[in-house]
Design a binder for this molecule. Structure first.
Ligand code: SF4
Length: 732
């Protein structure tokens, strides 16, 4: 029974799932040591709202499958990695539900502990940490700095991200440190840096209320940023026009004034045609272009090649609709573009984002209320982890590792020589393991590339071939099954730290529960490894780490744990004691060296793997409302996994009918890289010829199918486009 509210302990924190970062309060029953329920809390960006994940998705922390003691691999002969048929892609014909009697099994099932655990033994922290430090040092001594790499996590706090990148850079002398931004918005960040000199949003999602028109593109915010989506829908009721540009007819399409259902991978052609029309109609902002923009003439020459009729052939969007949307955008006094991974997760992801930057810039839609550029960041702290330097080309605050003056400043601050070369990205690190002289030892903090990275048969090969892998996590994830040492870490609910949301709002997450068993908080584990590899670290807690980090980050200047308060603060912030911070950036100049927006024209290029007779359908992968990324948390949340227990392939009714497939039928989806079995969901939201599969499910791992081709600038994989076939099991 739930105790009355007054007998519960209220802890104010932040939701651990998406980049919206809703403020919430956990009500804790201390007599049971358990959360009773969660409630939304007032904060400018969430206004007491929560989606189903924030409200119900916290019981994962009490799962009996939590790691509670360090583990060391004992059976060297036992092949590394998940051996279950499901993640080999030849799952038994049991409808996708795993069977077995593994400890802690839940509906939908996850790790079969009975199969995996005999190949590890429990260890003391001393033994496990000594082994980690010794093996990483040996590999470093033998192979040099380039033999070591670290994957940090956008689920960890700013302080943990800062310490992790500092450990890899100062303890091992390499910039081979990255995290899941590489799978998310790295191409957006590359384009934003080049275009406006900053990787963060130029305005908040709440600023939608001040916009006459907004473009929401390559995003399904109802599922992926639900509370932000409620702000969009509310703004429309008050008069903001919504243009929705997406291959899928997600629920936002029902709230939009215009839905441009582009064919997948044709965004550059679409936005070039919009700019073509804006210029032809004379709706550009000549004053803004003259004063604040460079390279306009070259952009105009490029988009002149994309009249609406040509774009209509490429994108499938009617030429008259393209003209109408261009007119609406060009005539509006203010407009914001919000975008998601439908823009970024392409081999043309950087070009896609360049077009959005150019469209805002030539119409003067930057630097005023109700205008701007907003890539909707995915994880709760992907903005903060990137800000804190968890990327191979930048120190904290996007200060280039290959810039001489910058590097020397960090060398002085950290008291050691630093690698002058950019490090490898997530996708490059996986490739490097398979090459002679590449990465041989890895430290994986809270990432699960075995499910999250493209073409996971290649990931399997790479992780299996590492000389040493240490995984620090809260569950024995699919990636942890490859580990030599597993370190039991703390969940979000078991530690203090700061997190930065998609709006640039830095908020405090507060400890709610104690970690189970011998599990420890992440920053302490990182510090213990740092000491063992010879670094003199003596941090007393997250607040001290935050102060050191902020001293190196001009954007975060003036912020301290003490002045973040209950609602956090936006950065930049000249006076956090009295101000919530800056909503709109670039009112006078951009962050580029010359203060101008740099327009970079792009030509449309097709995706890398087009459909053909053998693989005639296009696969789009993404997320569901109820689940989060590789499902390690949400699939262990009873409510969320019960609502959405298994993977489905979403298909247009005609594509299903052409194959004789019925709704709910178990089918095989296959690409050139692998095959999975899952059920069909016939969906009017899909375009003819296109399918959607969520990537949360180990039993039907969508990334067995995806292609590992990457964008040349952001190095992000093409998760949104590869060729597949879907067929009945009779035909398979
Ligand atoms: Fe959590 Fe995002 Fe839902 Fe808010 S919208 S409750 S941050 S998952």
């Amino acid at each position: 029974p739930i105790q009355p509210k007054e007998r519960l302990d209220a802890v104010d924190s932040v939701c651990p799932y998406c980049g919206v970062g809703c403020a919430l309060t956990y009500y804790v029953d201390r007599s049971r040591g358990a959360i009773a329920y969660a409630e939304g809390r007032d904060q400018p960006g969430s206004q007491s709202r929560l989606c189903v994940k924030g409200r119900y998705g916290w019981d994962y922390a009490a799962s009996p499958q939590r790691l509670t003691t360090p583990l060391i691999r004992v059976d060297a002969a036992y092949p590394k990695g998940p051996l279950s048929a499901d993640v080999r892609g030849d799952m038994a014909k049991d409808g996708g539900r795993r069977k077995g009697k593994g400890k802690g099994r839940r509906p939908g099932g996850l790790v079969d502990y009975d199969e995996v655990m005999p190949h590890f033994r429990e260890a003391t922290w001393e033994e496990a940490l000594d082994l980690v430090a010794r093996r990483l040092k040996e590999i470093h001594a033998k192979g040099g700095p380039g033999a070591i790499a670290g994957f940090g996590s956008a689920k960890c706090s700013n302080e943990e991200a800062y310490l992790f990148q500092k450990l890899i850079r100062t303890g091992f002398g390499t910039n081979n440190v990255d995290h899941c931004t590489r799978l998310c918005h790295a191409s957006s960040v590359a384009a934003l840096f080049e275009g406006v000199g900053s990787g963060a949003v130029s305005t908040t999602y709440g600023d939608v209320a001040n916009a006459e028109v907004v473009i929401i593109t390559g995003s399904n915010p109802t599922a992926n940023h639900p509370v932000a989506s409620s702000f969009f829908k509310q703004a429309r009721r008050r008069g903001t026009k919504i243009v929705y540009v997406d291959p899928r007819a997600s629920t936002v399409a029902e709230h939009a004034d215009y839905h441009c259902q582009v064919k997948p991978g044709t965004d550059v052609a679409f936005y070039n045609a919009i700019m073509h029309e804006v210029i032809r109609l004379g709706l550009i902002d000549r004053e803004f272009i003259a004063a604040r923009v460079s390279n306009y003439d070259e952009l105009a020459r490029t988009v002149a090649e994309y009249p609406p009729e040509r774009a209509a052939q490429i994108t499938g969007v009617d030429a008259d609709l393209i003209r109408e949307v261009a007119r609406v955008w060009g005539e509006a006094g203010s407009g914001v573009i919000y975008w998601g991974m439908g823009i970024s997760q392409h081999t043309t992801g950087t070009d896609n984002a360049r077009c959005l930057i150019a469209l805002c810039s030539i119409t003067g839609n930057v630097g005023r209320p109700g205008t701007g550029l907003h890539p909707l960041r995915g994880q709760n702290n992907v903005q903060g982890a990137s800000d804190a330097g968890l990327i191979p080309m930048f120190y904290p605050d996007y200060q280039g590792v290959d810039r001489d003056g910058t590097r020397e400043r960090f060398e002085r601050a950290w008291g050691t020589k630093l690698d002058p070369n950019r490090g490898l990205t997530v996708t490059e690190i996986i490739g490097s393991v398979l090459k002679p002289g590449g990465v041989r030892g890895m430290y994986m903090l809270g990432e699960n590339p075995f499910l999250s990275d493209p073409n996971i048969n290649k990931v399997r090969k790479a992780l299996s071939q590492l000389d040493f892998l240490v995984v620090q996590d809260i569950f024995l994830t699919e990636t942890a099954e490859f580990a030599d040492v597993v370190l039991p870490a703390s969940s979000y609910l078991e530690k203090d730290g700061s997190y930065t949301n998609t709006d640039r709002r830095v908020q405090l997450g507060r400890k709610v529960l104690d970690p189970p068993g011998q599990a420890r908080v992440d920053w302490e584990i990182v510090q213990d490894i740092a000491r063992r590899v010879g670094l003199d670290w003596n941090y007393s807690g997250p607040s001290e780490v935050f102060d050191e980090m902020v001293a190196l980050m001009p954007s975060y200047a003036n912020l301290r744990h003490e002045n973040l308060g209950l609602t956090g603060k936006l950065y930049p912030n000249a006076d956090p004691e009295h101000s919530d911070g800056t909503v709109v950036l670039f009112d006078e100049r951009f962050n580029t060296d010359d203060g101008l927006a740099h327009l970079v024209p792009a030509q449309w290029l097709p995706a890398k793997e087009l459909p053909d007779a053998e693989y005639p359908l296009v696969l789009n992968t993404g997320r569901l409302l109820e689940h989060w990324h590789t499902g390690s948390m949400t699939r262990r949340s009873y409510a969320l996994d019960t609502i959405s227990p298994e993977a489905e392939v979403y298909m247009h009714p005609k594509d299903a009918a052409d194959r004789g497939l019925a709704h709910g039928e178990l089918v095989q989806a296959r690409s050139r890289r692998g095959a999975i079995r899952l059920r069909v969901r016939i969906s009017h939201r899909e375009q003819l010829g296109n399918c959607f599969i969520p990537f949360h499910f180990r039993e039907a791992a969508a990334n067995l199918l995806t292609i590992d081709e990457i964008d040349p600038y952001g190095k992000i994989p093409e998760f949104k486009f590869c060729a597949i076939q879907v067929e009945s099991l009779g035909a398979a």
